[in-house]
Design a protein around this ligand. Structure first.
Ligand code: NAP
Ligand code: MG
Length: 499
């Protein structure tokens, strides 16, 4: 598919006005705009309004008002769930348009966008909708039960209030849903700040949410600059919770900003995921999954496997298979049906990844060439790079690069492999490959991460808690853990006396 092959619905959306969503109204913001670039060609698609601090204030005020009048948290769980189910249905009905917009804006290959939009957002919304009617408290039974009086102790869950959600540019539609679905199910209202690099699916999502019947002010969508719109959101006094996904550096700035007013913060941050591949592993499967993971979203994925430690006996065989798998990937424009790898999101991300590759080479690491043909033109394409002969101190080993760059090193003992895998400030995700049930159970216990995949790529399902340890974050998303993010427990003690 070329850009000319976009569906009528996508073209109609692109030709329409760009806007923020505040209090149920499409607004054009304070006047400043940013150019939205198609990373497959480097061409400007459109200009998008940037939310100002005043826009953020209007959005938070609207979210607060939608929370306190009986429009959202005053609705029954069934009514909230109905809105979430309707939004899921609408997203499925418009999945092709969402896929096309996401591919155009972020550069996700269209086959992947289609598969993702057809299932991930709607599943997540429906899973969370189930929670809306299950936000139960507990009855406490530790008091003496007399005939004439005593204390009746119990708890209930209530929404935390207005949530300020800040999300990055990688897979922006899914990032938005991951924040919206549980917060709304719990009865919170939300101000969502997408990255200014990739705001298009968020605008479309806002239009679908209005059609799904969410009352005005419940969902506000305000793309803008991190240091301006993001900062204004973090600083807003009416915010009850900040839910942030992004880099550890931005997280540090946010945590510093809330030190005074102590707004609770949930953090989903970066990763440098290791894989341990033992000699008894299924090498074909391990190489296929590793190649898919390190190039997933062009390597712009927090859970991408980027450090692979292989038992020395099978190191050459694994390297050969990994290279073959990477070589088989076709790099091309995101809207081209035959592309399995698209461009990086932006010129600056392209420069950043190139400078890491150059730093690795000048530090003495060996870059194995994965021969690939790059498309002509000004798109931000980078062919996968495998580094060997590295040292743990090299930036290609220690830093989250967020590009298709992977380090592959041999190990001689399991203890050595574990030490290498855990030698990172990050602890989001890891994978381990072995046919030994003993080694598998040992590795899942000792890997210092929030999520371990054994002999596979893992399942990123709404029911499976996801989040990191160390500098990869605070808290978990997905599953019941999301409910603890967006609700708080109130304890009640009723004294009664009928003596
Ligand atoms: P980023 O620079 O940290 O930005 C993330 C979001 O925060 C953007 O909307 C950004 O706005 C905003 N922001 C930046 N500084 C801010 C501040 N001081 N106050 C408030 N908001 C601020 O990250 P990115 O480059 O967009 O995304 C890549 C990062 O996200 C990687 O580190 C990746 O690992 C992480 N990530 C983590 C997960 C996870 O689930 N653990 C998932 C996906 C991505 P601007 O766009 O204007 O900068
Ligand atoms: Mg950024």
């Amino acid at each position: 598919m070329s850009k000319n092959g976009l569906s009528t619905e996508t073209l109609a959306f692109l030709q329409g006005p760009r806007s923020l969503l505040i209090n149920g109204e499409a607004v054009t913001g304070s006047g400043e705009t940013v150019s939205i670039v198609d990373p497959s060609s480097g061409e400007v698609i459109c200009d998008f309004p940037l939310a100002s601090a005043a826009d953020i204030d209007a959005a938070v005020t609207a979210a607060r008002s939608a929370l306190t009048r009986p429009s959202w948290s005053g609705m029954s769980g069934y009514e909230r769930a109905t809105c979430l189910y309707r939004l899921a249905d609408l997203i499925e009905a418009h999945a092709e348009t969402l896929a096309e917009i996401e591919s155009l804006d972020f550069g996700m290959p269209i086959r992947m966008s289609r598969a993702m939009m057809a299932s991930v957002p709607s599943k997540h919304l429906r899973y969370c909708a189930g929670w809306a009617t299950r936000l139960d408290g507990t009855t406490k039974s530790s008091f003496p039960d007399t005939q004439t009086g005593g204390i009746h102790g119990f708890t209930f869950r209530e929404p935390v209030g207005v949530v300020g959600a800040i999300i990055p540019w990688n897979s922006p539609m899914v990032m938005a849903i991951i924040k919206l679905a549980p917060a709304l199910a719990c009865g919170c209202t939300i101000v969502l700040k997408p990255s200014e690099l990739t705001p298009l699916t968020a605008q479309y999502l806002g239009e679908l949410a209005a059609a799904a019947g969410f009352p005005p002010g419940v969902i506000n969508i305000v793309p803008g600059l991190g240091y301006e719109a993001g900062q204004a959101l973090v600083d807003h006094p009416l915010l009850a919770k900040i839910a942030f996904t992004g880099s550890s550096n931005a997280a540090r700035a946010i945590v510093g900003s809330v030190a005074e007013k102590l707004t609770p913060v949930a953090l989903e941050l970066g990763g440098k995921a290791p894989a341990i591949i033992c000699a008894d592993a299924n090498l074909d499967a391990a190489a296929r999954v590793a190649a898919g993971s390190c190039t997933s979203l062009q390597g712009q994925s927090c859970a991408a496997i980027t450090r692979i430690y292989v038992e020395r006996a099978v190191y050459p065989q694994f390297l050969e298979r990994l290279t073959a798998n990477l070589q088989a990937l076709k790099i091309g424009p995101a809207l081209d049906e035959s592309s399995s790898l698209g461009p990086l999101v932006s010129a600056s991300q392209y420069q950043r990844v190139q400078s890491y590759i150059a730093a690795g080479i000048s530090a003495g690491a060996t870059a194995l060439s994965v021969s690939s043909t790059l498309p002509e033109g000004d798109g931000f394409y980078i062919a996968p790079v495998i580094f060997t002969d590295t040292k743990p101190s090299m930036s290609i080993v220690s830093d989250e690069i967020f590009g298709p760059v992977v380090v592959v090193e041999p190990f001689d003992s399991l203890d050595e492999a574990i030490a290498l895998a855990n030698d990172s400030p990050y602890g989001l995700f890891a994978s381990a490959w072995t046919a030994s049930i003993d080694k598998a159970h040992f590795l899942m216990r000792v890997l210092d991460v929030g999520y371990v995949a054994i002999n596979g790529s893992g399942a990123f399902d709404a029911s499976m808690p996801f989040g990191g340890v160390k500098q990869s974050g605070w808290g978990r998303e997905f599953g019941e853990e999301s409910v603890t993010h967006y609700t708080r427990i109130k304890t009640v003690a009723v004294t009664y006396d009928v003596s």
